[in-house]
Design a binder for this molecule. Structure first.
Ligand code: TMP
Length: 236
């Protein structure tokens, strides 16, 4: 697969054109940011870990009937993906309270929700990704009601599949963020699923196994990405 021009560079990934207009190369960087890019760093091996973890999890979801932009792994840091047009609405699913939810509503950390909470955020760094509801999405014509219904339904299905999988490796899936894109008249899952975009707590100890180790300076950041890659990879 020919690696062409850079189409888009984000904080953690680069998308390159390929010789096929329907396909892009998604490269995972070791760069890490937090708090809208205010905190910057490098997590050695993060690109390799997030690529492998995302490949594994997209594969798992495919086995359960969830289509995504993932085509195949190309190298340690690269995967081939469909050239979707990203919908600028981030879908967050929360099973356990933590992070911005606790801050916003004054909740204690660690409350296990009977029903998962689905939240929508406007994907706009300059505006700090503000929380939004369905009416905002439709008024701003970011997605239709039907598209939003698909995104919500897929997000909840993905939550069930991933919760069951992580439970089987003694990890609690606390929350995660998904992005969807349009590809040939369909809405499919895109972006990545990794310790950058999910929160994972070890069962029993509640040890954090995700990017919160970087965000909160908890130490063992590189080790944790590597551990997650191995724990997931051993099972999938
Ligand atoms: P939050 O509690 O900070 O709102 O994060 C919710 C989930 O979204 C968590 O799993 C981490 C993920 N996330 C991203 O993927 N990108 C981001 O920019 C932020 C702030 C959170």
């Amino acid at each position: 697969m020919e690696k062409g021009k850079v189409l888009y560079e984000g904080k953690a990934k680069i998308l390159y054109q390929t010789d096929d207009p329907d396909l892009l190369l998604q490269y995972f960087k070791d760069d890490a940011t937090a708090f809208d890019g205010i905190k910057k760093g490098t997590i050695v091996g993060k690109g390799v870990a997030n690529n492998k973890i995302s490949c594994n999890l997209f594969d798992l979801l495919k086995q359960h009937g969830i289509d995504s932009h993932f085509v195949r792994k190309l190298s340690d840091n690269e995967m081939l993906v469909k050239n979707v047009s990203i919908i600028p609405v981030e879908v967050v699913v929360r099973n356990i309270s933590t992070g911005s939810l606790c801050k916003r509503y004054g909740l204690d950390e660690g409350i296990v929700f009977e029903t998962p909470i689905v939240e929508l955020y406007y994907k706009d760094d300059a505006l700090h990704d503000p929380l939004m509801n369905d009416d905002h999405v439709m008024a701003m014509e970011l997605a239709t009601r039907e598209e939003l219904a698909i995104m919500r339904e897929q997000a909840l299905k993905i939550n069930k599949i991933l919760q069951e999988f992580f439970d089987s490796i003694d990890i609690k899936l606390v929350d995660f963020k998904l992005e969807f894109g349009r590809f040939k008249e369909r809405i499919i899952l895109a972006d990545e699923i990794s310790p950058d975009t999910c929160r994972f707590w070890e069962k029993g100890t509640n040890r954090k196994l995700d990017k919160d180790r970087f965000r909160q300076d908890l130490g063992d950041v590189e080790k944790t990405y590597n551990e997650m890659m191995n724990r997931i990879g051993r099972k999938l």
